[in-house]
Design a protein around this ligand. Structure first.
Ligand SMILES: Cc1ncc(C[n+]2csc(CCOP(=O)(O)OP(=O)(O)O)c2C)c(N)n1
Length: 377
């Protein structure tokens, strides 16, 4: 039986919406919406977020193919893992992404064009983390887990945990992949988080591949079980089920805000696309596998649920499709219009205060660049 078997999910997999679009119960986690909000409206919102995020992804992939972006890390298939968790954060929470969290960025209010500045090389970071409580993308695998634990320990020392004030209590969320779990940084981050009971939720999107290395090569046990070795709870959730991911992440973040310490969530999903636009997944995995996972598509199951239960009319779906077309158009035009950066700018924001060594390198670079201008003149 497969891990995500739709009829009899493994007991350790939290699922609340089957691939066939049926609601199911779980003894420990229930999907709940904030007081005063309408459940169907929240679920329609998740559908819209996932559909628009998929459009951001397909448009950006196309922009890279047209030479407008240097690289793109696709999230195809991981929309529920990102939107379900991304919509669970409170405004004061702080999020540390890896390089694939375009859906979480969307939930934090970033304009996708801002995300594209990074992949086009128009900006070095792309956004001000303090403006969105969303750190810059990290390409160094696993490094952001240490940043998150350190930040969470700071939040704790600022007295922002366990006060009982929902506007004040703060949690930290950090995203990483199954491959990242093999990095020393991730183990160190978990040891410190456990030792200090830091308010951090580790969100592992197990998309089953670290470029061409399958996750079964990297761990002898399901990844969520590692948490018990560090001394905090771990749970595996159906990463293609937006309701389940949302319910589990909400619970874990609330635990952290209440001062009950860290938790590991393994969102079990599948990367349907390539690792990045420079990767060719047909060289290391079978098309059968991809076809199998298409049947578990995170967006299709919400659509079936909403349609079958009369919670969204065909015109509503058409409106969301139109919105996606408009977003695609805006991204295409906006990306091409992004200004080229001044190359000298790369020396200016390395440190808060310039160092003599960098100032010297900057001057050398300017002189080198200007030497070409003389030749041309
Ligand atoms: C410290 C470090 N080592 C190696 C790499 C090269 N690298 C880039 S992505 C990647 C695989 C990451 O896989 P995973 O953590 O599962 O995340 P995914 O990309 O699948 O979301 C590797 C090894 C890197 N960027 N940083």
């Amino acid at each position: 039986m497969g891990l995500n078997d739709p009829v009899h999910p493994e007991p350790d997999l939290v699922q609340l919406l089957t691939p066939e679009g049926e609601r199911v119960d779980h003894p420990d986690y229930a999907f709940a919406v904030p007081d005063g909000t309408d459940e169907a409206e929240v679920i329609r919102g998740f559908y819209r977020d996932m559909l628009l995020t998929r459009r951001i992804d397909t448009e950006s992939t196309a922009l890279q193919r047209h030479g407008e972006l240097g690289l793109w890390a696709q999230l195809l298939g991981q929309e529920a893992a990102q939107i379900g968790s991304g919509r669970a954060f409170a405004p004061q929470d702080f999020v540390f992404p890896t390089y694939r969290e375009h859906g979480v960025a969307w939930c934090r209010g970033l304009d996708p064009l801002q995300v594209l500045t990074l992949w086009r090389g128009s900006e070095h970071g792309g956004w001000d983390p303090a403006e969105y409580n969303f750190a810059n993308y990290t390409v160094v695998i696993g490094a952001q887990t240490l940043h998150a634990t350190g930040y969470a320990m700071g939040v704790q020392r600022d007295g922002l945990v366990g006060t009982g004030d929902p506007e004040r209590d703060t949690a930290v969320g950090v995203y990483f992949g199954d491959g990242a779990s093999s990095q020393g940084d991730v183990s160190e981050a978990m040891v410190f988080a456990a030792s200090y009971n830091a308010p951090v939720v580790f969100l592992c999107q197990n998309n089953q591949w670290a470029i061409s290395a399958g996750s079964e090569r990297q761990s002898r046990i399901p990844l969520y079980q590692r948490a018990s070795g560090f001394g905090f709870p771990g749970v595996r959730v159906d990463g293609n089920d937006v309701l389940a991911v949302n319910a589990v992440t909400r619970a874990a973040l609330q635990r952290a805000r209440d001062g009950e310490g860290p938790m590991l969530i393994e969102a079990f999903t599948y990367r349907m696309g390539a690792h990045t636009t420079t990767d060719d997944p047909t060289r290391y995995r079978t098309s059968d596998d991809v076809e199998h996972w298409k049947l578990k598509d995170p967006i299709a199951r919400v659509r079936v649920y909403l349609s079958r239960n009369g919670l969204a009319a065909p015109e509503w779906f058409a409106d969301v499709d139109e919105e996606a077309d408009e977003l695609g158009h805006r991204l295409r035009e906006g990306c091409k219009a992004l200004p080229d950066p001044d190359p000298v700018g790369m020396f200016d924001h390395v440190y808060a205060e310039q160092t003599p060594e960098l100032a010297r390198q900057r001057a050398d670079f300017v002189a080198y660049r200007d030497s070409f201008a003389e030749v041309v003149a």
